[in-house]
Write a protein that binds this ligand. Structure first.
Ligand code: ATP
Ligand code: MG
Length: 331
C-alpha cells in the first residue's frame, strides 16, 4: 500500500478535482483506493456525500461514542483519552473506492500539532502519539479496506496538518495552475517539504528505538508536476497566454522543488521531477461533476450529449495521468 498526496499550497489549483478524477481512473485500473479528506474545508467529502447525509455525519463527529470522520478517529489521542478509534468508511458509487470523511474540527488537531512537534524533539511519548495519530488512523483504515493506494486531499497551506500528511506519504505530485501565484508557490513547496523531511529525520534519529519503529518514514518522493489549464479566477484577466506560463513552470520546478529536495537526498526525486501531464479546462463539466458526485469522465448520461466528446477526452486524459502516477509511484 502506498500513500500519496497532490500538494501545492496555492489554493484553487485543482487539487481536489485531480484527486477525485485520478482516484476514479485508478479504480478503473483495478486499484483499491482509499481517499482521505485531510482538508478542514471538507471539499472532497462534500463532493461525494449529499448535504443531508453530511449534516448527520458532521453533526455526529463532535459527540462522544460516534466515529464518523477523520477527526473522530484521532480525537481520543488528541484529548489524551486513549488510542485511535475505528471509523466506518464511505463507499463511493459502485466502485471499491472508500472515503475517510473530513471534518472542520480537524483544525483542532492542527492546533495541537506544533506542541506535539516540540514534544517529539523532547522525546516525549505524547508528542509521538499525537504527531502520528492521523497516519495510524489512515493506515488502519487502509488495511481494513485492503487499499492499494491512499490519496490524501489537503488544504492550501504549509501548516502543521499538511506537514504530517506529507511526511506520512510515500510520494507527492504538485499541481500547478497557469498563474503567477501558483508559480511563486513552488518555492515554498520545495523549502517547506525539504525542511519537514530534515526535521523529521532528526526526530527519528533521537527517538528511543522502541518508539522509532512506530514512527512513519517521513520521506515523500516528488513524482513530478501536473499543469492545469484551468485559470484561477483572481480578478484581473491574464495578459500572458497559457503557453507562456507553461514554459516558465519546468525551470521553476527544477530550481526550487527538485534542487531543494536533492539537497536533502537524491532518492527524494526518483524521476527527475518532470511533468507528469496536463489537464485541460473542462468548463462547465467541472461543476456538473460536483453536482453529481462523479468523475468528469463518468458524466455520460448526466449531461447533454453535446458534451460527450469532452467527457470522453477527460476520461482519457485522467487515465493517462493515473497510469503515469501509478508507474512513478510503483502502485
Ligand atoms: N480542469 C478544470 N476545468 C474546469 N474547472 C476546474 C478544473 N479544475 C478545477 N476546476 C474548478 O476550479 C475550482 C477549484 O478547484 P479545486 O477545488 O479542485 O481546487 P483545490 O486546489 O482543491 O482548491 P483548495 O485549495 O481550495 O482546496 C472548482 O470549482 C473546480 O470545479
Ligand atoms: Mg481542495
Amino acid at each position: 500500500m502506498k500513500k500519496i498526496a497532490l500538494f501545492n499550497h496555492k489554493g484553487g489549483v485543482g487539487k481536489t478535482t485531480l484527486t477525485v478524477n485520478i482516484a476514479d481512473a485508478l479504480a478503473d485500473m483495478g486499484k483499491r483506493v482509499l481517499l482521505v479528506d485531510a482538508d478542514p474545508q471538507c471539499n472532497l467529502t462534500s463532493f461525494y456525500v449529499e448535504e443531508s447525509k453530511l449534516e448527520q455525519l458532521l453533526g455526529e463527529s463532535g459527540q462522544d461514542g460516534s466515529e464518523a470522520t477523520l477527526w473522530s478517529a484521532i480525537k481520543p489521542v488528541v484529548e489524551g483519552r486513549g488510542d485511535i478509534a475505528s471509523v466506518a468508511l464511505w463507499e463511493i458509487g459502485e466502485s471499491k473506492t472508500r472515503l475517510f470523511p473530513g471534518d472542520v474540527m480537524l483544525s483542532l488537531y492542527e492546533e495541537e500539532l506544533p506542541q506535539a512537534w516540540t514534544e517529539c524533539f523532547a522525546r516525549k511519548t505524547r508528542g509521538y502519539d499525537v504527531a502520528t495519530a492521523m497516519s495510524r488512523a489512515v493506515s488502519a483504515a487502509a488495511k481494513e479496506c485492503r487499499a492499494d493506494v491512499v490519496i490524501y486531499d489537503v488544504g492550501p497551506n504549509v501548516g502543521a496538518l499538511n506537514r504530517v500528511v506529507l511526511l506520512d506519504c510515500d510520494a507527492f505530485v504538485t499541481p500547478v495552475a497557469a498563474d503567477l501565484f501558483s508559480l511563486r508557490a513552488l518555492s515554498t513547496v520545495g523549502v517547506s517539504v525539504a525542511r519537514w523531511i530534515r526535521d523529521w529525520a532528526t526526530i527519528r534519529s533521537i527517538a528511543p528505538d522502541a518508539q522509532r519503529r512506530a514512527l512513519f518514514q517521513g520521506k515523500p518522493a516528488f513524482l513530478g508536476y501536473v499543469t492545469s489549464a484551468y485559470k484561477v479566477n483572481s480578478g484581473r484577466s491574464a495578459a500572458n497566454p497559457h503557453q507562456d506560463w507553461e514554459k516558465r513552470i519546468a525551470p521553476r520546478v527544477r530550481d526550487r522543488i527538485v534542487t531543494d529536495l536533492r539537497a536533502v537526498d537524491d532518492a527524494l526525486v526518483p524521476h527527475g521531477g518532470n511533468k507528469i501531464g496536463a489537464i485541460k479546462h473542462f468548463q462547465s463539466l467541472a461543476p456538473e461533476a460536483q453536482k453529481h458526485g462523479r468523475a468528469i469522465g463518468k458524466l455520460r448520461g448526466y449531461v447533454n450529449s453535446g458534451h460527450y466528446v469532452t467527457v470522453d477526452e477527460a476520461a482519457a486524459e485522467f487515465r493517462e495521468l493515473a497510469e503515469e502516477i501509478a508507474k512513478r509511484a510503483s502502485l
